[in-house]
Design a protein around this ligand. Sequence first.
Ligand code: BGC
Length: 384
Amino acid sequence: MLIRPMRTRLVGLAMLAGLMTSFSAPAVEAAPRPDITKDLFGTLSDGTQVWRYTLTSGVLRVRIITYGGIVQRLDAPDKHGHQANVVLGFPDLAGYVEKNNPGPYFGALIGRYANRIAKGTFTLDGKTYHLPINNDPNSLHGGTKGFDTKVWNATPGRTSDEVSLRLDYTSPDGEMGYPGTLKATTTYTLRGSALRVDYQATTDKATVVNLTNHSYWNLGGEGTGGIYGNRLQLNASHYTPVDSTLIPTGQIAPVAGTPMDFRRPTAVGARIRDDFQQLAYGQGYDHNWVLDGSGFRLAARVSDPDSGRVLSISTDQPGIQFYSGNFLDGTLYGTSGHQYRQGDGLALETQHFPDSPNHPAFPSTVLRPGQTYRTATSFAFSAH
Ligand code: BGC
């Protein structure tokens, strides 16, 4: 079934009730307009206020906080119309400040460089740069104080059929070791049953950039258990094998005949404990898949057979990191107070390949003055 707005159904019932009690023509109510509101989510120790924006459109409700541009909640209906929060997260600001980094990076905007850079080092135009090592021996997700820890400047927008939240952050030259002043803009747009994320960045010196969103999905509902029964489809015939520190070896390997083959919908857990060296390194799936095709296209689809929820992810990026929540170890309690254990959520991070600055054969992540980095990813929801 396609998601039908709850309000429409209620209106339908009201119309029926109206017909039963009188024969006067019932009022026709228009679908609710997309809306955006804000409330104070918390205050940082330096006094900075962190706002939470609530975007609603049709049956979807998304909550985004200005700290890290984090998707804190996303409520979507199941096949019976019951709403549930389908992203992992924390109920309050303290959770994100104290436990998200180092930690799982729930829902956060990741920059300047999503994923790993080997030994925190890369050379650009003959100059070598050093980044914080925060995932020994590598640099992960932009360093110790990446974009996920910044308070972004928020500008809400609204038209008759969509609502948006534009987030701006200017990263000073040299921040976390990266060259150039990077002006980054991320815009979340909610329209119909899809959340679209547009990223844009410019620099005043040659640099590298790779932005993504790090939401963990549990289509059965956050805190309800594991995702190994979810069926995953990846539009990818190849992936980038890694070494034991999860850095790509440089090889582009076919998925055919391996547990990495998700070209047809397959349960996440079906082969996750197979005797396959790549799965041992990260205790499950934690790899970059090389997406087939180019341009804005379907990259991944996840479905939860019980709730019927389906998430379809489209992007213009060359890769996607599928991470099966391997390092959730029971130490964190999430938004609804439930313990998060291994495999309780999965992340699908659209991206350029990990460690690209050290692999000239991978698609380039270099951004130069005068150029504009632009990329988009959409998360579309349905239920059947
Ligand atoms: C990485 C994982 C890491 C997780 C949380 C993912 O993008 O691939 O290895 O544990 O982020 O930091």
